[in-house]
Design a protein around this ligand. Structure first.
Ligand code: NAD
Ligand code: ZN
Length: 352
């Protein structure tokens, strides 16, 4: 343990499901033998954090809970068994806080599927605090030259959409529709897709999100709130009118999950990533079969996806917009998010 660590710190805590989220002083946690303590400087706010407050998913959260899982900061202490992370290193605490590393899923690099996975800001305390704990084997290694505020959203949104794009099987030159393109995951998806040589059809609502998506490199924007026939509009936005090769669903609404299989091109793939509460995927059997369409889920990314997603950022390929706000104002971000009013991502500054 570094000698000059404080005993207390500021954090955003929920005592019960549904909130409120309170700004208060809590003890600085002590890392276990295989853990590091990260002085979180900035943390992105993901819609998953709002699901955790609302308790609308089938898995319960720990309580009281410190949310957050896009935390970027500096390693200030480490357990006795940790050798690969140094004090002073820049590190990120992501959704997957830890996993057993020895089950069949971990062995094949599918650690998000580990039955013993620890989830930051959900089953263990996360990054809406000044000092957070992560398993040393799982913390993201952030290169020193990248800014800690800008890189924070990569730690969940970036890794997740990068993995989803890989899972879609779309190849350079092909077209991907990003559904929810104006949100946190969506804005990063536009950038990763472009960097991977894909053409992007962005789907979301309103002029602010349209402007942002077009600036991020989308070749077309379909507004789901005003379109009279979204399926036709999306297909019409592709070169030969047969629909996109892949669809990335990052919206927090059931309807598009029931629509995507209709407009994806034959042989195309629909990747479900967003997690609207209680929602179901739906597809017509006939068209899915004769169109040889694939529908699949994609869940965050493994350690290698993390390193690769961070490398795209380091090379300057990812410049998605974010706004910074004091951590104590987290509730304001949740309110805007609930109303679908955030274009891009909010990042909280843990010093305020
Ligand atoms: P966000 O609130 O920033 O963005 C959601 C976007 O969806 C908004 O811009 C909204 O306008 C748009 N939207 C709503 N209805 C739509 C519709 N009918 N068609 C098109 N767009 C629509 O949320 P976020 O932080 O980007 O998270 C998105 C979802 O992804 C959440 O459910 C979150 O829990 C989930 N998530 C999943 C994973 C995973 O590993 N699978 C990882 C991170 C987040
Ligand atoms: Zn997230």
């Amino acid at each position: 343990m570094a000698p000059n660590l404080p005993e207390k710190q500021w954090a955003m805590v929920i005592e019960k499901t549904g909130g409120p989220v309170d700004y208060k002083e809590i003890p600085v946690p002590k890392p276990g033998p295989d853990e590091v303590l990260v002085n979180i400087k900035y943390s992105g706010v993901c819609h998953t954090d709002l699901h955790a407050v609302n308790g609308d998913w089938p898995i319960p959260t720990k309580l009281p809970l410190v949310g957050g899982h896009e935390g970027a900061g500096v390693v200030v202490a480490r357990g006795d068994l940790v050798t690969e992370v140094e004090i002073g290193d820049h590190a990120g605490i992501k959704w997957l806080n830890g996993s057993c590393l020895s089950c069949s899923f971990c062995m094949q690099g599918d650690e998000p599927l580990c039955p013993k996975a620890l989830l930051s800001g959900y089953t263990v305390d996360g990054t809406f605090q000044q000092y957070a704990i992560g398993k040393a084997a799982h913390v993201a290694r952030i290169p020193k030259e990248v800014p800690l505020d800008g890189v924070a959203p990569v730690l969940c949104a970036g890794i997740t959409v990068f993995k989803g794009l890989k899972e879609s099987g779309a190849r350079p030159g092909e077209t991907v529709a990003i559904v929810g393109a104006g949100g946190g995951l969506g804005s990063l998806a536009c950038q990763y897709a472009k960097a991977m040589g894909l053409q992007v059809i962005a789907i979301d609502a309103g002029d602010e999100k349209k402007k942002m998506c077009m600036e991020l490199g989308a070749s077309a924007f379909c507004d789901f709130s005003s379109s009279e026939n979204l399926v036709k509009d999306v297909q019409a936005a592709t070169e030969d009118g047969t629909g996109p090769h892949a669809v990335l669903l990052v919206a927090v609404n059931e309807k598009p999950f029931q629509q995507a299989a209709e407009y994806v091109r034959p042989r195309g793939t629909v990747v479900a990533i967003g997690l609207p509460a209680g929602a179901f995927l739906k597809a017509p059997v006939f068209e899915t079969v004769i169109g040889m369409k694939t529908i699949k889920g994609s869940y965050v990314g493994n350690r290698k996806d993390t390193t690769e997603a961070l490398d795209f950022f380091k090379r300057g390929l990812i410049n998605s917009p974010f706004k910074t706000i004091g951590m104590s104002e987290l509730q304001k971000v949740y309110d805007m998010m609930q109303q679908g009013k955030i274009a891009g991502r909010y990042v909280v500054d843990t010093s305020k």
